[in-house]
Ligand binder design. Structure first.
Ligand code: FE2
Length: 480
């Protein structure tokens, strides 16, 4: 019996499934790792156990693999474990895939009917004393923060009514509150969205539902101290198409982009909708409120960047059609109308991060990634195809951009920001670097203020770590 993975972009080369669960004690480190960096870096990656049941699928369907690098006194230990979802257990027992297309239960094997399809493969967060693995089409899965063992699905002690929880939550660094939402809250392709707030202990304080103009892939949202911002970009779902065995998402540029803004302490009935031309963004860098104006900063794309969504939509995009800039959209709540103002902050890119202390408020420094063709030809790494090869540091006020390009045979995975305890120190960025020729991975640690100088420490991981989706840093004192 053949059980080979397809030779497609999603399952071959650096994107080949790894399926490795392991521990490596005391990794080799080149350079000097500051002793003040103490805590755990967590990342989630899709890593399918078995080839897709229908012979093809997207990278994003893969079983959740959680990995951790634990930093302690200049040493780093590594651990990687599968998340033991109901889906993972069923497929393990059958020794094959039982679930069909990405987010389409109508394509599943009859033996999987009625079972959870959740894979928990997108973002690990630590909140309320729990390590949670998130993916936007299900509830969270709780994991042991040390052993990474699967503890069980987390639905806020049965209180969360939404069937889904976003993989992009927003933490208020001042109150410790976690703001999040769930789209398709009442089921596949529904227009229902739940806005939720949990207190610093992980107790669900609020859950309010509203409807969006059409069912959109709402991958991220934004918040300020005063407002919550919901983007509705035209990557759309349709229940009839899904029931007919079709794809979950298509790109529909004939539909406008909507942005909903509500007062954070108000109600969903207070939502004000703005409207503009079709565009796409998966990740929003930050937002803040200034008087009656709300500013939203992000890198946008002119069409959906995922090849499997463009193919399903019959769209052949040229690279120059994809790239947008890093922009600020400003919404004036004191004026009537549905429009916003746009200003360009920097070159285009994605995976934007700011320091945790800068979340929800006015700030000056953002870190993000881009593919720079001057560095080298594209290398396939991750679900979008070409991996990013350059990290950027942008000073918003001055527009100054610093760059750290990789070498031409390496790509970079999403970075995290690690705060420093030293006064006036900007902190550090840590990120995985994919060594394509050697099929192994390193973690670079750089001084955030001087990222163009390159790594101060390189942590050697003697494995190819399949490209993850998102990671987060949890300081040792938070874990304690
Ligand atoms: Fe994301």
């Amino acid at each position: 019996m053949s059980n080979r993975f397809p030779e497609s972009m999603d399952f071959s080369g650096y994107n080949a499934p790894s399926r490795i669960e392991c521990e490596i004690f005391d990794l080799v480190i080149e350079g000097s790792l500051p002793a003040e960096i103490r805590g755990s870096w967590y990342q989630l990656a899709p890593d399918p156990q078995f080839p897709p049941m229908l012979g093809h699928d997207t990278y994003l369907s893969g079983d959740g693999m959680v990995r951790a690098l634990r930093f302690d006194n200049g040493h780093v230990d590594f651990r990687q474990r599968y998340i033991q979802s109901e889906r993972w257990k069923s497929e393990r027992a059958a020794r094959r895939s039982l679930y069909g297309l990405y987010r389409n239960p109508y394509t599943d094997d009859p033996s999987a009917r009625g079972k959870s399809r959740a894979v928990y493969n997108t973002t690990p967060i630590y909140h309320g004393g729990r390590l949670l693995a998130l993916k936007e089409d299900s509830h969270a899965m709780e994991l042991d923060p040390v052993t990474l063992e699967t503890r069980g699905e987390w639905d806020y002690e049965g209180r969360l009514r939404s069937q889904t929880m976003t993989a992009h939550t927003r933490l208020d660094p001042e109150t410790g509150e976690l703001l999040f939402f769930g789209y398709e809250a009442s089921g596949l392709a529904s227009r229902d969205v739940a806005f939720c707030v949990a207190d610093r202990n992980g107790k669900l304080l609020r859950e309010e539902w509203f409807q969006v103009p059409y069912c959109s892939q709402m991958h991220d949202f934004a918040a300020t101290k005063e407002h919550v911002i919901f983007p509705v970009f035209p990557t759309t779902a349709d229940l009839a198409r899904i029931k007919a065995g079709g794809v979950h998402w298509v790109w529909e540029p004939s539909k406008p982009t909507f942005i909903g803004i509500m007062p954070r302490e108000g109600r969903v009935e207070d939502m004000r909708w703005f409207r503009g031309p079709a565009c796409m963004a998966y990740h929003l860098m930050n937002a803040h409120t200034e008087g009656s104006r709300v500013h939203l900063d992000f890198g946008y794309a002119r069409v959906n960047p995922f090849p499997f969504i463009r193919e399903a939509s019959g769209i052949e995009a040229r690279p120059e059609d994809l790239a947008g800039g890093l922009v600020r959209w400003t919404f004036n709540l004191a004026k009537p109308g549905e429009q916003w103002e746009e200003s360009v902050l920097g070159p285009g890119g994605d995976m934007p991060r700011v320091a945790d202390r800068d979340m929800l408020v006015d700030y000056d420094i953002g870190y993000y990634q881009t593919f720079d063709p001057a560095v080298g030809p594209p290398l396939i790494a991750g679900p979008v195809g070409a991996g990013f090869n350059t990290i950027l540091r942008l000073e918003l006020a001055s527009g100054k951009v610093a760059r750290l390009p990789m070498d031409p045979r390496s790509t970079v995975q999403e970075h995290v920001h690690i705060a420093s305890r030293q006064p006036g120190h900007e902190g550090y960025l840590a990120f995985l670097v994919d060594r394509h020729d050697e099929h192994r991975t390193e973690m670079f640690v750089v001084e955030a203020a001087h990222l163009e100088r390159g790594p101060i420490a390189r942590i050697q991981i003697p494995l190819r770590l399949r490209v993850g989706v998102h990671g987060n840093w949890v300081p040792a004192e938070a874990l304690a």
